[in-house]
Design a protein around this ligand. Structure first.
Ligand code: ZN
Length: 126
């Protein structure tokens, strides 16, 4: 079935999301379907690598990472230099958790493979 058109009348379906559900509704007839929203993080089967991005590098970034993640700054030096991921083989929920921890510290994340969900805005760096 083409999810974009109504199987009864052929009209273009409206797609809405409601937490863990996707709701397809037809604007012309009563046809309606509700399915699991496979875009929400708990259904994401991918494993991700997370790298730090920031307007600073080196020791200053290592300190920021260490404070945000509760790790010694020296353990964050490779990640701060962009040579190592701050997390590997993590699921989508953990990616979002890390991004939320790091954003207020002015640290963004680069994610491999590309992450299709919204991430928090990175806070001001002072
Ligand atoms: Zn229809």
């Amino acid at each position: 079935m083409d999810p974009a058109t109504c199987p009864d009348c052929g009209a273009e379906l409206r797609r809405g999301t409601d937490e863990a559900c996707v709701v397809f509704t037809c604007p012309r007839c009563p046809w309606r379907a509700v399915t699991s929203n496979l875009d929400v993080p708990p259904y994401d089967p991918l494993r991700y690598r997370v790298f730090a991005t920031a307007d600073v590098r080196g020791k200053l970034l290592a300190v920021r990472l260490g404070l945000a993640l509760g790790q010694p700054a020296r353990a964050m030096l490779a990640a701060a230099a962009g040579r190592a991921a701050i997390a590997q083989d993590v699921d989508a929920c953990e990616v979002q958790r890390l991004a939320q921890l790091l954003a207020p510290a002015g640290v963004g994340v680069r994610i491999e493979p590309p992450f299709r969900r919204p991430l928090p805005a990175v806070g001001p760096t002072r």
